[in-house]
Design a binder for this molecule. Structure first.
Ligand code: 3SK
Length: 511
């Protein structure tokens, strides 16, 4: 329950100062700590600059382009306080990709870390919409136009009186299809994900210190590395380059307690433990973005003695809507719906399937799904239920289990084979660092299981390695699921958010 008028930018800054958290650390990044009072002042100055110098008015769409750093968080909060609708974008996007976003959201003003301005300038050059690109300094020096303008402003700002159902954020889906969709989120949605998932499942306290790798432009990162800590007076560490070694350094230095990243990074962090990495301060590891293979769950639990919680979210729903819990978790399970959300497994006609049957995961809840001006709303949202791109089962105890991306099911000689199950079996072998499994066309069997494998320690694979891994899979799961074709690769194709793009492998295999 939220008041009719609420501005989530204020709720994540000034409200904490009012509650007595002013002197506590809010953000750590680029070698500096900022307290809640400093963050409130900083965002108020920036908000004034946006309104008084750059003409931002409520409802204007503002694009932000930056790696994860405190300045990006401050710009997001400032624009939100000014009543703008923010579009956070990945720092790696090229001019062409930025143009699709700018055109879709009709963005006229962008705030950009000056170190990565070029692509945005190139996008603005021919843009019908983008008229102003204002630079800020993402390092701790504060030496760019926006910083200088903001520095002269008073530290007070009367935030725009936004309605709880006013849109404040557009989340762009990663666009694996090449045609991105924008999902609209309200001020209250931003608070719901904290007051729901983060409170209920993570039980965040002001003593928590957050660390993680997802970009703030991906709502998994925005929630885990900004909204959740700031809602509860905790501290967020922000890393511009969130490699596993960098995350470990931060965990050790600041005694981080909650991590947000994907299974591959957890595997690398466990390996580093063998060389002495100290992860003992972590009380919870949140894993999402890719399903958590059971071997990674088991190894993490054994090695750290701490819980690793797999969850599934979606940009459409803003954050995680099905999750394991501290007192209800199991390897290979994604868990149960977060309070306030409902999930079910449906067939093509939206009929709910009996427990245990594989079907499409549908979800509904308070945070979504509303696409911005998109005909695809009717395809992806039916009767208020958002159809995800994932196939799941629902067991008799109410736990959901990932089966495959809906298009990751492999049909081979009449067998339905879930590619991720084969991946999990391969990943349980010490030689395999990463892998992706697809169905490749085959005259005899329709499709065969084909595995693309990155070997650990950069090793080269040969026929002997293939036989070894095939035998391993046959020993782990039903032998018909073993990969008849194995290809060793140096890297796997991934989206900006780190999701493996199996469709690229599929396209290559069928061409
Ligand atoms: O599971 C995901 O990919 C996801 C997407 C958006 C927000 C949060 C999550 C975990």
């Amino acid at each position: 329950e939220y008041p009719d008028y609420i501005n989530c930018g204020v709720e994540l800054t000034d409200r904490l100062v009012e509650k007595g958290f002013g002197d506590r650390t809010a953000l750590i990044g680029n070698g500096r700590r900022r307290t809640y009072k400093e963050l409130a002042d900083w965002t108020n100055r920036l908000a004034r600059a946006l309104v008084e110098n750059y003409g931002v008015t409520p409802g204007n769409r503002v694009l932000i382009r930056s790696p994860n750093n405190p300045a990006m968080v401050a710009c997001w909060l400032a624009a939100t306080k000014a009543g703008a609708v923010v579009v956070n974008t990945m720092p790696m996007l090229r001019a062409g990709e930025l143009t699709k976003i700018v055109d879709k959201a009709e963005i006229s003003l962008a705030l950009c870390d000056t170190r990565i301005k070029d692509e945005l300038i190139a996008c603005a050059k021919d843009s019908r919409f983008l008229k102003q690109v204002i630079g800020f300094d993402g390092t701790a020096n504060h030496d760019a136009e926006l910083d200088r303008v903001a520095l002269d402003k008073p530290v007070t700002f009367e935030a725009v009186k936004t309605g709880r159902d006013d849109v404040c954020l557009l989340g762009f889906t990663s666009g694996t299809t090449g045609i991105p969709k924008a999902t609209m989120h309200f001020h209250r949605d931003v608070l719901i994900i904290a007051d729901g998932y983060a409170k209920e499942v993570l039980n965040v306290t002001p003593d928590d210190v957050f660390v993680g790798s997802p970009p703030l432009a991906f709502t998994f990162g925005l929630g885990g590395l900004a909204v959740f800590p700031l809602r509860f007076g905790a501290a967020a560490t922000l890393l511009e380059s969130a490699t596993p070694p960098n995350m470990i350094e931060i965990i050790e230095k600041y005694r981080a307690t909650i991590s947000f990243t994907a299974p591959t990074a957890y595997r690398a962090m466990m390996k580093a433990m063998d060389e002495g990495a100290d992860l003992s301060s972590l009380r919870i590891a949140v894993s999402a973005g890719e399903t958590l293979p059971a071997p990674v769950y088991e190894e993490w639990t054994r090695k750290t003695g701490k819980p690793i919680l797999d969850g599934i979210g979606a940009t459409e729903m803003l954050h995680i809507f099905i999750t394991n819990r501290l007192d209800d978790r199991a390897p290979g399970s994604t868990g149960k719906a977060v309070s306030g959300y409902e999930a079910k497994i449906v067939d093509e006609d939206m009929n709910e399937l009996p427990r245990g049957e594989v079907g499409r995961l549908a979800v509904r809840g308070p945070t979504g799904c509303r696409y911005l001006d998109d005909d695809r709303q009717k395809d992806y949202v039916r009767d208020g239920w958002n159809l995800t791109g994932d196939s799941f089962t629902h067991d008799t105890d109410g736990h959901f289990h990932f089966a495959a991306r809906s298009d990751d099911m492999i049909l081979s000689a009449g067998y339905n084979i879930a590619g991720p199950e084969v991946e999990a079996a391969l990943l349980s072998h010490e030689l395999v660092a990463e892998c992706a499994v697809i169905g490749a066309p085959d005259e005899e069997r329709g499709q065969i299981v084909e595995a693309y494998i990155v070997l650990a320690n950069g090793a080269d694979g040969d026929e002997e390695t293939i036989r070894l891994l095939q035998a391993h899979v046959k020993a782990m799961i039903a032998p018909y699921k073993y990969p008849r074709s194995v290809r060793f690769v140096e890297t796997l194709p991934k989206t900006q958010t780190g999701k493996i793009q199996r469709f690229r492998l599929r396209d290559a295999a069928s061409s």
